[in-house]
Design a protein around this ligand. Structure first.
Ligand SMILES: Cc1cc2nc3c(=O)[nH]c(=O)nc-3n(C[C@H](O)[C@H](O)[C@H](O)COP(=O)(O)OP(=O)(O)OC[C@H]3O[C@@H](n4cnc5c(N)ncnc54)[C@H](O)[C@@H]3O)c2cc1C
Length: 292
């Protein structure tokens, strides 16, 4: 079944090549599918061999542990990578880039997603994470999501209230998101561009974008920001080997070179303990941790 895949199949592929943190051990079997049939072949292979499957998009929200991932890693970035526009609706494939979608919509005077600008993501990863900012999340725009069950059959999900919550999408477990429909609205390109420019300027001034990271490590507890709490407990700039709690934004951990997942997890452990001791609040992970 692996032999039927027209995309790429690699063995012992270092996942540090596929994560924005540049950290992570190898995937036993790494598949870059070319189309939906390839995804089906990979899923059926995994089911037959009883191997676990992990789906990744751009790897921008992932910490992969140092001993890597057993089973099959499906990397969807670029696969199903197109977006189409019909009236005020976008139909986007899971491997399409979120920023390309925003740009292409803007060129057609279609806006709405400006609040998501600057978030590095595939559409699949943005959906799974309900990526967003205080001004809005992708879930606010989704009218339907499409996915494959482990047996390769197609499913459609019309999100109801509660389907998208803070940095989570409650789609059927074990399925692979393959695309979605998004509601946009008419807005002049010049207005969209002005809005985008301001948002990117703010992001650049407040986040350590020049260094490898996975964005915010922690979810913000209600009424507080994790960054402020971490700063208050004196951990801004704290380092373990190559991993550092960013001196620019304390909710980011950056890889200054040669950091391991163990280093990042040691910083996370320390942060969780200090914040709990000081505030009585247990921080929850925003980044997803996979592997052994
Ligand atoms: C510099 C920087 C800034 C960031 N700023 C923000 C921000 O402002 N707001 C924000 O919300 N996030 C932010 N992030 C985090 C990240 O960009 C988002 O979480 C994004 O949605 C991740 O998309 P991805 O394609 O890289 O997903 P990945 O990191 O590859 O995967 C994330 C999760 O989604 C799952 N997944 C991915 N694709 C699929 C699929 N097709 N089917 C099923 N599950 C899937 C994965 O299994 C994993 O659990 C930032 C990250 C960086 C590096």
């Amino acid at each position: 079944m692996l032999g039927e895949i027209r995309g790429e199949v690699r063995f012992k592929e270092p996942l540090s090549f596929h994560t924005s943190l540049r950290i992570g051990g190898s995937a036993d079997i790494f598949v870059v599918p070319q189309d939906v049939d390839d995804i089906r072949h990979a899923l059926l292979f995994a089911e037959r061999e009883q191997l676990p499957v992990v789906v990744i998009g751009g790897g921008n929200n992932l910490l992969v542990r140092d001993r890597g991932v057993r089973g099959v890693v499906l990397k969807l970035e670029g696969c199903l990578g197109r977006s189409e526009f019909h009236g005020e609706e976008a139909v986007a494939g899971a491997g399409a880039s979120l920023s390309a979608l925003i740009r292409e919509g803007a060129a057609l005077n279609l806006g709405g997603l400006e609040c998501l600008v600057g978030i590095p993501a595939t559409i699949g990863g943005a959906l799974a994470m309900n990526a967003g900012t205080p001004d809005g999340c992708i879930g606010d725009f989704v009218s339907a999501a499409y996915f494959l069950y482990p047996d390769g059959t197609l499913g459609e999900f019309k999100p109801n209230a509660g389907a998208f919550t803070y940095r989570a999408f409650h789609f059927p477990a074990g399925t692979v998101l393959i695309g979605c429909r998004l509601r946009l609205h008419r807005r002049p390109l010049s207005e969209i561009q002005k809005d985008i420019k301001q948002r990117l300027k703010h992001k650049k001034s407040s986040q350590p974008l020049a260094l490898a990271s996975a964005g915010c490590v922690w979810k913000n507890p209600s009424g507080e920001t994790a960054a402020r709490m971490i700063e208050k407990v004196g951990l801004k700039g704290k380092r373990f080997n190559g991993a550092e709690i960013s001196a620019k934004h304390a909710n980011f951990i950056v890889n200054r070179g040669g950091a391991s997942a163990t280093d990042v997890q040691a910083l996370m452990e320390l942060t969780r303990e200090r914040v709990q001791a000081h505030y009585g609040i247990v921080l929850e992970n925003e980044i997803r941790i996979i592997g052994e």
